[in-house]
Ligand binder design. Structure first.
Ligand code: HAM
Length: 415
């Protein structure tokens, strides 16, 4: 038997209905915030991610699905979408378009991580990018939008974690200090962190290794080393969040697993997810457009992990009910087809069996499928123009004139 590749999953009904609901709710919310959809390719040149996400990140070092194409070029299945959106922004000269560029995307990403609950090798994100401003007001609206997506989908107990990781004016001095402090405690770190403490010291703060936590807690904190402009930005962002009644907790270790961030970084956690409790991550990337060869334009964005969002929802969403089952016999099939057409046109969910069945068998099957009611289309019924409608949960039957059937069934369907 050929199975799905490790770390990938089939989404089956009724779960797919939940996914569709979540994605539709997000799309509707994006519309109200005046965000528009962008669809970028899943395949990109590998260097797009090595340059933006960063050579020293886990994503680039260990997790990318990269391969050499037949013409010798190196391609990668996108591990995230911010880099792709910025590439498209530059390629299509979107800086010349009026106003802020407010874009959203929904789709699969690929990272070769160790699979566990809430962590997959193919996973899906609902993300947004706002390109063209460095204002903390934009950061606050972005955070509000990410939280609103979760709230609209029914997530309860979401927690916002906030940090500022500084900018090219203040971060290098901080990183130098961090590096020298790390050199002194190097012997207490794992091999990975020993390497990172030289190549990319901020990454050490990401470490989840229990044995390293005590020593990491003694390290200097970037929020104590921000330049005046970054400090002001961070203060204003916090004021803006208060203005919007958005509670947050500061977390100085929130440096995030991607190198392009400047100033604001944030994550949202949700209960019930176990170790992989970050349901959303994002931040500002003021140098990214330039780094990828574009103009000096600043931006911020986030991505919600749809798999985790769906996992965090309480499983109260029942399978969608079929509104009507059409039980036909022999010669009445053409009338049943026309009836199904009329009912479906009205938006009802109709099951028209493709094989003839005895009436009893038909009703039994309909009940198993969780259908609300069945209409019996027999020869006698057709001749009299009065169809029999049977409520499958109560067993009650009613004669309904053919002309009134649509209205009758519609009235029986809730909301
Ligand atoms: P990220 O934190 O790497 O950020 O991913 C965002 C979210 O995607 C995570 O919080 C998590 O919910 C979900 N996610 C990540 N990896 C997996 C996985 N292996 N399995 C399941 N879910 C996962 C980014 O990707 C940035 N591009 C976000 C961003 C947009 N920053 C600025 N703009």
């Amino acid at each position: 038997m050929i199975r799905a590749v490790k770390g990938t999953r089939d989404l089956l009904p009724p779960a797919t209905a939940v996914w569709n609901h979540v994605e539709a709710a997000a799309r509707e919310l994006f519309r109200t915030y005046n965000y528009q959809e962008i669809r970028t390719p899943i395949l990109e040149e590998t260097q797009l991610f090595t340059r933006s996400v960063g050579e020293e990140t886990d994503i680039v070092m260990k997790e990318m699905y990269s391969f050499v194409d037949r013409d010798g070029s190196s391609l990668t299945l996108r591990p995230e979408c911010t880099a792709s959106v910025i590439r498209a922004y530059i390629e299509h000269r979107m800086d010349q378009w009026p106003g802020l560029k407010k874009l959203y995307y929904i789709g699969p990403m690929f990272r070769r991580e160790r699979p566990q609950k809430g962590r997959y090798r193919q996973f899906s994100q609902i993300g947004a990018e706002c390109i063209g401003s460095e204002s903390p007001l934009v950061d606050a609206e972005m955070i509000e939008l990410s939280l609103e997506i979760l709230a609209r989908c029914g997530i309860e107990g979401a927690r916002l974690l906030l940090n500022s990781v500084g900018c090219p004016a203040c971060r290098p001095a901080f990183v130098a200090e961090l590096r020298s402090r790390l050199a002194a405690v190097k012997h207490q770190l794992c091999a990975d962190c020993q390497r990172r403490s030289e190549t990319n010291p901020l990454r050490v703060l990401d470490s989840k290794l229990a044995s390293e936590q005590a020593v990491i807690e003694t390290l200097p904190r970037i929020t104590d080393h921000l330049c005046a402009a970054c400090r002001e930005h961070y203060t204003q962002l916090q004021e803006q969040l208060r203005l919007r009644d958005i509670p947050f907790a500061e977390n100085w270790r929130l440096v995030r697993g991607l190198d392009y961030y400047t100033r604001t970084t944030f994550e949202v956690t949700a209960p019930g997810l176990g170790a992989q409790n970050a349901v959303c991550g994002g931040g500002r990337y003021d140098g990214l457009v330039e780094l990828l060869g574009g103009p000096s334009v600043k931006g911020i964005g986030f991505a919600v992990g749809t798999d985790r969002l769906v996992l965090a929802l309480s499983p109260k969403t029942a399978a969608a009910r079929v509104d009507l089952y059409i039980a036909w016999i022999g010669a009445t099939y053409p009338a049943a087809v026309r009836l199904a057409q009329q009912l479906r046109e009205k938006g009802l969910r109709v099951e028209l069996p493709h094989i003839e069945q005895k009436l009893g068998r038909s009703l039994e099957l309909a009940a198993k499928l969780g259908v609300r009611s069945a209409v019996i289309v027999g020869e006698e019924e057709l001749a009299s123009g009065q169809l029999t409608v049977r409520d499958l949960s109560t067993g009650a039957q009613k004669r309904v004139a053919e002309a009134d059937l649509v209205q009758h069934v519609q009235a029986a369907v809730p909301g």
